[in-house]
Ligand binder design. Structure first.
Ligand code: COA
Length: 242
C-alpha cells in the first residue's frame, strides 16, 4: 500500500509510503488519493498529508511517466487528483520532510498550509526531464510565492533548501524531523477548536475568484449569522466575561 490513511474524529493523517521509490507518485498512489478525497468529501475533516523515511515525495513515478502519451497528458492524471485535494472542504496541512520534487512539490502546493523540516528540498525539475510541471506548479506557485520567484524556480528547475523555502513563505515554519508531525497536529488542534462550518466557509472565501468578492463572503456570513453555533459561541464568550 503506497498511502496509509489513519482516521480520527476530527482529522485524517495520510502518509505516503513507497520507500523503495522515494514515495514517487504512481497510479496506485493516485487511486488512493482519490479514495482519500472521496472519504473527506463525504465526512469533511482536516487532512494532514505527510511522507515517510525522511522523504515527502520524489515526484511522479518516472517509470510510469516515461510511457505516458499525449492522451494521458490530456487526462491530467496527477493534475485532477491534486485539484481534488486542493478543493477539499476542510484544511489540508502538508508536513514535508526531505524531498518534495516535481509532482511531490505540486502535491504540497495543493495544501492550504505547509510546514517542513531543515532537510526539506522542494522544487520542480520537470524541464530537465523534457516535460512541464502541469499538476499545479505554474498556477499555484505564483499565488504562494509571487510571479518572480515562481518563474525563477520553475524556469531553472532548481530545488529550494528549507531556509529559503521558509523565507519565501513556501512553508510557514520549520521543525526538527521528530517534531514535524506533532507540529502538524498542533495546527489541526487549533482548527478543531474553531467552528467547522466557519472554517469551511473561510476556505471557500479564500478560494473564490476575485470577481466574486465580497458577495461570496456576505452569503457565507449570512448562513453563519443564523447558525445556532455562532450564537452559542458568542454567548459563551460574553458569559465568561461577566
Ligand atoms: N520516479 C520513479 N522512481 C524514483 C523517483 C521517481 N520520481 N525518484 C526516485 N526513484 C527511485 C530510484 O529510481 C531508485 O530506484 P532503484 O532503487 O530501483 O534504482 C530509488 O527510487 C531510490 O532513488 P535514489 O536516486 O537512489 O535515492 P537518493 O536518495 O540517492 O536520491 C532523489 C533521491 C529524490 C534526489 C533522486 O531519487 C531523484 O532525483 N529522483 C527524481 C526526482 C525528479 O526528477 N522528480 C520529478 C519527477 S516529475
Amino acid at each position: 500500500m503506497s498511502l496509509h490513511v489513519e482516521e480520527q474524529d476530527d482529522r485524517v493523517v495520510a502518509t505516503l509510503d513507497r520507500p523503495e521509490k522515494r514515495n514517487a507518485i504512481d497510479h496506485e498512489t493516485i487511486a488512493a488519493l482519490h479514495d482519500l478525497c472521496a472519504l473527506l468529501e463525504t465526512a469533511p475533516r482536516t487532512l494532514i498529508l505527510t511522507g515517510s523515511n525522511g522523504v515527502f515525495a520524489a515526484g511522479a513515478d518516472i517509470g510510469q511517466l516515461r510511457d505516458r502519451t499525449s492522451a494521458d497528458a490530456r487526462r491530467g492524471i496527477n493534475t485532477r487528483a491534486f485539484i481534488r485535494i486542493h478543493d477539499l472542504p476542510m484544511p489540508v496541512i502538508a508536513a514535508i520532510d526531505g524531498y518534495a520534487l516535481g509532482g511531490g512539490a505540486e502535491l504540497a502546493y495543493a495544501a492550504d498550509i505547509r510546514i517542513g523540516t531543515p532537510s526539506l528540498r522542494i522544487g520542480n525539475p520537470e524541464p530537465g526531464l523534457g516535460i512541464i510541471a502541469a499538476a499545479g506548479a505554474t498556477w499555484r506557485l505564483p499565488e504562494i510565492v509571487g510571479d518572480a520567484r515562481a518563474s525563477e524556480l520553475l524556469l531553472t528547475g532548481r530545488a529550494l533548501h528549507a531556509e529559503e523555502a521558509l523565507r519565501w513563505g513556501l512553508v510557514s515554519s520549520l521543525h526538527p524531523a521528530d517534531e514535524l508531525l506533532p507540529a502538524a497536529h498542533a495546527i489541526a488542534d487549533r482548527i478543531a477548536a474553531n467552528d467547522a462550518l466557519a472554517t469551511r466557509h473561510t476556505k471557500s472565501a479564500l478560494r473564490a475568484p476575485s470577481a466574486r468578492h465580497p458577495e461570496i463572503e456576505l452569503e457565507l456570513q449570512a448562513e453563519l449569522f443564523d447558525s445556532p453555533e455562532k450564537h452559542r459561541r458568542m454567548t459563551a464568550f460574553l458569559e465568561k466575561r461577566r
